[in-house]
Design a protein around this ligand. Structure first.
Ligand code: HEC
Length: 105
């Protein structure tokens, strides 16, 4: 259907799409930040510089090389001193937190 539109309209559509995507991302980051400050900052630090021994330092990109899937798994299941968030945060909330911690490095 896109190919029937004149070229100018087509680029308009892409601009609108890009704008909508970045707005969605902005609200995910905002929600993720609030959750992070509530649940994670005590150990991982408000700016990602960890304040607890053994907690990865997100400001130094520690652990962030992992995929969203691996991070999701780590956050929902916990490990050693890292608490588990399954049943505390919803799937969407965990994804929002991941989107936010990816802005800390
Ligand atoms: C009580 C302190 C504490 C809190 C609160 C905490 N963490 Fe952690 N976190 C840790 C520690 C310690 C580790 C390292 C665990 C290990 O592997 O031994 C860790 C590891 C991680 C990792 C790395 C997992 C990996 O596989 O590399 C991620 C991602 C993470 N935490 C995210 C979060 C998020 C998001 C929150 C809030 C929802 C949170 N943490 C809350 C202490 C904490």
């Amino acid at each position: 259907m896109l190919s029937y539109l004149p070229p100018l309209c087509r680029s308009c559509l892409f601009v609108i799409l890009a704008l909508a995507t970045s707005l969605t991302q902005a609200s995910e980051i905002k929600r993720g930040k609030e959750l992070y400050n509530t649940y994670c900052a005590d150990c991982h630090g408000a700016t990602g510089i960890s304040v607890m021994q053994d907690a990865p330092n997100f400001a130094k990109n520690e652990s962030l090389v992992k995929s969203d899937f691996e991070l999701y798994d780590a956050i929902s299941k916990g490990n050693n001193a890292m608490p588990l968030y399954q049943g505390i945060l919803s799937d969407q909330e965990i994804l929002d937190v991941i989107t936010f911690i990816r802005t800390l490095n």
